[in-house]
Design a protein around this ligand. Structure first.
Ligand code: AMP
Ligand code: ZN
Ligand code: ZN
Length: 416
């Protein structure tokens, strides 16, 4: 009993409080083994702070992020792809493709071939299923080229994609603290030889969730900003303790910003169309609408000229959104102006939201790069997040898969 391995494992998991690490060497269908891996490159650590708006660094003291900024590179803003939601943008960061080309066209959408809905959140089976993704994420590129990826949460990093998984990954859950997540990355960096990771990633959700609940300017949001800054401080301290702070590359990004969505700015969709005539998908900054047979034209006409919205048939969605060429996009898109929420009857918006046209500056996130690959004391222009995949492949010295980004755009932040 005393040395029962199962009990020891349970104690270990409780004390770590992070869930179960998955080791793809034993779990993947790729059939690769340790001996296939070559020399690791200088590690690249990618951290996403969900919903960290471009100007949040100026809202309060963020000494740790400021330290990375002053010794590294920072963009004026990181421009999101449409829709400015979590999954489409995280997958655009790691594939370099627009959502219509990587397939994760929203947080919630329908696929007629599968006759299933994709959805997100802890416990989502869809978000752990690689069949939904139509482009190659960086961790697959890394692993295919004989380097290791180790990921402590990133959207779809817990899915097998093209037969490949990260060498280490966790199934998404909300229990581990941000400090736990950083500790996991730091412990992976202790691996030596061909067990050492080249690419590491993690994800913090608190700034986004508090931003939704209280709004971007609330004291609670400022507290969450300080909280993630402390986690970044923990990363810096841990890298310094391992004596590698200036040998690893760090990229801090966010997937979108946040704006106020007051309950006085609500468009009740039922005031314009009969909900029995359509299936609606989503709500808030935008609503996707699938009219019943023969109803397309009448529904489209009924949605014309609603104040504070724009309506598009799928084929007329403006080119700047890159949001047409995927069967998962519904026939009609009703898009709200900033601050407005399109809702079904009886629903009210949270205090803050995102999902609007990426041209609103409030939708911009952050980009900070620090380490040997990045220029120091450099402040650069706004950059769109589809260009980050090419940048990461360059830093890791691997060949990118086909994507919509350009290295030229990102290279202004890199040393020659
Ligand atoms: P959003 O509604 O666009 O703000 O999405 C944020 C939400 O995405 C978080 O609150 C989580 O519930 C969810 N999420 C983030 N990462 C993952 C993941 N790896 N798997 C499933 N859901 C996730
Ligand atoms: Zn997000
Ligand atoms: Zn959010």
């Amino acid at each position: 009993m005393k040395n029962n391995p199962l009990i020891l494992l349970i104690f270990f998991l409780i004390s770590c409080n992070v869930g179960e690490v998955h080791d793809a060497i034993h779990g993947s269908s790729s059939g690769r083994d340790l001996s296939n891996y070559g020399e690791p490159s200088a590690p690249l650590i990618l951290i996403s702070i969900d919903g960290f708006r471009w100007d949040y660094l100026d809202k309060t003291e963020t000494p740790n992020l400021d330290r990375l900024v002053s010794n590294g590179s920072k963009a004026e803003g990181l421009k999101t792809v449409y829709p400015s939601k979590t999954f489409p943008n995280h997958i655009s960061i790691v594939t370099g493709n627009y959502p219509s080309n990587h397939g994760i066209i929203s947080n919630y959408f329908y696929d007629s071939d599968f006759d299933e809905y994709f959805y997100i959140g802890a416990g989502s089976k869809a978000a752990q299923d690689g069949k939904w993704i139509e482009a190659e994420p960086i961790w697959v590129t890394v692993e295919k080229q004989a380097k290791r990826a180790m990921i402590m949460f990133w959207p779809m990093s817990d899915a097998e994609i093209m037969g490949i998984r990260p060498s280490k990954y966790f199934v998404y859950n909300e229990t581990p603290t941000n400090i736990d997540r950083i500790d996991q990355l730091l412990s992976w960096l202790l691996h030596v030889g061909n067990a050492r990771p080249s690419f590491l990633a993690s994800y913090f959700s608190i700034v986004d969730s508090i931003g939704h609940s209280y709004g971007p300017d609330a004291d609670e949001t400022i507290e969450a900003i300080r909280d993630v800054d402390k986690a970044i401080g923990h990363l810096i301290d841990g890298l310094e303790a391992q004596n590698i702070l200036n040998e690893v590359n760090i990229m801090i990004v966010s997937d979108h910003g946040m704006t106020e969505t007051p309950d006085t700015k609500v468009i009740n969709i039922a005031d314009y169309i009969n909900l029995d005539d359509v299936i609606t998908i989503g709500g808030g900054p935008f609503m996707e609408i699938r009219p019943n047979e023969d109803k397309l034209e009448s529904i489209y006409q009924a949605l014309q000229n609603i104040d504070n919205t724009q309506v598009f048939k799928k084929e007329d969605i403006p080119e700047k959104f890159h949001y047409k060429n995927n069967d998962r996009i519904e026939p009609i898109l009703l898009l709200a102006d900033e601050h407005w929420s399109i809702m079904k009857p009886g629903r009210t918006p949270a205090a803050g939201s995102h999902g609007y046209d990426p041209d609103y500056q409030s939708m911009n996130g952050i980009f900070i790069g620090h380490g040997p690959a990045f220029k120091s004391e450099f402040s650069g222009p706004e950059i769109q997040l589809v260009h980050l995949y090419e940048m990461m492949c360059k830093i890791l010295d691997i060949t990118p898969a086909s994507n919509d980004g350009s290295l030229d755009v990102g290279s202004v932040f890199l040393k020659d």
